[in-house]
Write a protein that binds this ligand. Sequence first.
Ligand code: PLP
Length: 354
Amino acid sequence: MREFLSKEAAALSPYTPGEQPLDRAYTKLNTNESPFPPSPKVLAALTPDEFRKLNLYSDPTCRVLVNAVAARYGVPPESVIAGNGSDEILAFAFRAFCGAGISVAYADITYSFYQSQTALFGLDATMIPLRDDFTLCVDDYMNVPGTVFIANPNAPTGMALPVSDIMRLLEANQNRVVVVDEAYVDFGGETCVPLTQRFDNLLVVQTFSKSRSLAGGRIGFAIGAPGLIAALNRVKYSFHPYNVNRLSLLAGAAAMEDEAYFQDCTKTVMDNRARTTEALRNMGFTVLPSKANFVFAKSDRLSGGDIYRGLKARGVLVRWFDTPRLRDWLRISIGSREQMQTLLDRLKDMLEGA
Ligand SMILES: Cc1ncc(COP(=O)(O)O)c(C=O)c1O
């Protein structure tokens, strides 16, 4: 196979998704999905009639979904683009706003897909270290050249910046694009969407995968000034014009319109996060303050790798990153109350035996 690989493909740095093993039923707390099904309105929108229309291409403008997002966030539809997951939107943004003469900057510890995009598009990247306590300090970005990508809340730490910090960065950097990846913002973070009406160099990217229970539907979107959205559409129409399938367009619009269900699910996750954080701290874990649907935690007794493997053997999957700054830590998605109880019970088993 190797001899068929182009030089460019050989230089890639593919993203490693969280494992999805099929060998047994796991309590799955490793990919930050929602533990709840999609809104009942999503199920109602996916009628047999809509399935029958799968012989037809989807609407390349994604109008129904774009309009639902625009209405929910109080922005014009020209300020919105929809994508096949927010990963696709991020990829469009890396292509649209980085390249020859435009480098990219992001934290050393953040969503690792940014590194995959850097390799995919052959970009020059500056990785800016988080502080020792894992905080991201926007002052470290003020004089760095190129397009900035910030995940807020960050992954895998779950820690969030206030909007005032992003505003300070935007005010000092009006001549470059700042992309704020808000995949986890609905779990207690502050959104920068209102700032998109003031700063024409700010792009906010969000997803339906976490707070709207549609990870498998692959739906993301971005909000920004019409000029930024037009730039993203240039890339989209060069790569994948019918990028969101017919059923996902309907599912996404229905999910966006069910505000009550969204509020209910996100509140439950935040309640479960508070309960889990307290229980983990009582068991000797250090837990970073999270505004996401996961926590990042470190045991005072066992290594991250030992806990990851021990939990897996006991039927619980969490995410462990075997890199120097992260290998003591575990990223644990916040699931239902029952799932979190299972996690805590299995951890107790392990720590008692340690
Ligand atoms: C920070 C961040 N951004 C974006 C994504 C991509 O989400 P999706 O492509 O499912 O919308 C993820 C996925 O876990 C993420 O952690």
